[in-house]
Design a protein around this ligand. Structure first.
Ligand SMILES: [Zn+2]
Length: 184
């Protein structure tokens, strides 16, 4: 491990955004979770699910990657949050039709399909996932007409993009020295 990198600024900075919107508020919470993942030596991705009911918006679940801790490559932030929401027993899986997802990195192919199965209403993400992205970068699972059994969903990136990328970059610099090659 390179202590020089480890000891540099490990706090996400939010100062580069000129305009704070409701999307940015939720994305900042997702970034805090991504930072927590980084601090725990996980691929730094975080997310929140927001239930929209009229004008009300409330976070009903959140997650961050736990693939190393669980030694399970499917434990991505999105699936962690989905499991948390369903385990609470306050909601059935129908709730996702009224939910918006804020996630720091574009969902991978696996998560993009899971979100489609659940009928997610809208997805906002930070930076693109150029290697495994399922909502535009590599595949377009969110809009693929061949998956017509489940409704397509809109997906929009670029919220705190730089901060999301910087966390990933710092993670990969640190982990590449150990020879890891993990997907977000
Ligand atoms: Zn994923």
């Amino acid at each position: 491990m390179n202590n020089d990198i480890e000891n540099t600024d490990s706090t996400v900075s939010f100062q580069t955004e000129e305009r704070i919107t409701i999307h940015h508020d939720f994305m900042r919470t997702a970034l805090t979770l991504a930072q927590e993942a980084y601090d725990n030596k996980e691929v730094p991705v975080g997310c929140v699910f927001v239930l929209e009911d009229g004008d009300e918006r409330v976070i009903i679940g959140s997650g961050r990657n736990r693939t190393n801790e669980t030694e399970n490559g499917t434990r991505h932030a999105e699936l962690e949050a989905i499991d948390e929401i369903l385990a609470s027993q306050k909601y059935t899986s129908d709730v996702f039709r009224k939910c918006v997802l804020y996630v720091t990195v574009e969902p991978c192919v696996m998560c993009a399909y899971a979100l489609r199965l659940l009928g997610i209403k809208h997805v906002y993400y930070g930076c693109a996932n150029e290697r495994f992205g399922g909502t535009g970068s590599v595949f377009t699972i969110h809009q693929d007409p061949n998956l017509s059994l489940h409704p397509p969903y809109p997906c929009e990136g670029g919220y705190y993009r730089e901060e999301s990328i910087m966390l990933l970059r710092r993670f990969y610099i640190r982990e590449n020295e150990k020879g890891f090659d993990q997907m977000p």
